[in-house]
Write a protein that binds this ligand. Sequence first.
Ligand SMILES: Nc1ncnc2c1ncn2[C@@H]1O[C@H](COP(=O)(O)OP(=O)(O)OP(=O)(O)O)[C@@H](O)[C@H]1O
Ligand SMILES: [Mg+2]
Length: 250
Amino acid sequence: MVEKILADALGPDDTQLAAEEKQRLLSRLLARLAHEIRNPLSSLAIHVQLLEEDMAQAAPPLKAQAVGRFEIIRSELHRLENLVRQFLSLAAPSSVDLQTIEVAEIAGYVCELLRPEAAARGIEIMLAVPAGLPPLTADPAQLKQALINLVINAIQAIERNGRIDVDVRADPAAAFFLRVSDNGPGVSGEKRSAIFEPFFTTKSEGSGLGLWIVQQIATAHGGVVTVEDRASGGAAFTLQLPLRGPQPHG
Ligand SMILES: Nc1ncnc2c1ncn2[C@@H]1O[C@H](COP(=O)(O)OP(=O)(O)OP(=O)(O)O)[C@@H](O)[C@H]1O
Ligand SMILES: [Mg+2]
């Protein structure tokens, strides 16, 4: 049902106004859904844990059977929690809060944030920022969120032992490019058209909203996000944003 509402809300927009109205509607819907789901979810998590502790005292055959079931329950709970988190991060910034920002700072922050998790899996995160970058007009929180989603995807794609490159550059045509590339399996041709759709996921605990959110953020800034396979293998996602932020219509 949610999918149907989302599909309607995301259908073709005849006018800019209709598009904005849909965006607002969607944000409200997501925020509401997330809040409604969050409380029963945390109550479930607590009671599952208590039940698990009770089960630890059960007779061995029953206990052995329960272990597998608890694993599934926990994994599904994680999936729902992930979904709620994505809903909230999407619903919260309903409009872009434009500021003049240093992209190098944001990229540095995100790399530092995710480096420990990457390192634990033997993955290196390399950040390349040229000197003398111009400032960018963008929403810092949303830009951070987009970059986090891309780098987390790269970590998950590589799984173990690899390398992620975060490259920042600006060009004279007044655009900023943030590129996150990895040496994971890449995105096959048939998957390429699906990955930006809401709820498309190939992960057991994924919500399938990560890239869709990146796309929403790119669009809100008057930019685009694209994906390509690297010649050396792996995927490369590029966030392209206008230097001076979204331009007024007309
Ligand atoms: N760097 C990548 N390399 C290969 N495949 C990718 C990469 N990034 C995304 N994908 C594919 O695109 C799908 C959708 O990604 P998206 O971020 O939207 O959702 P997710 O990662 O599955 O779930 P969530 O972001 O909620 O954890 C992924 O399930 C994966 O199949
Ligand atoms: Mg993701």
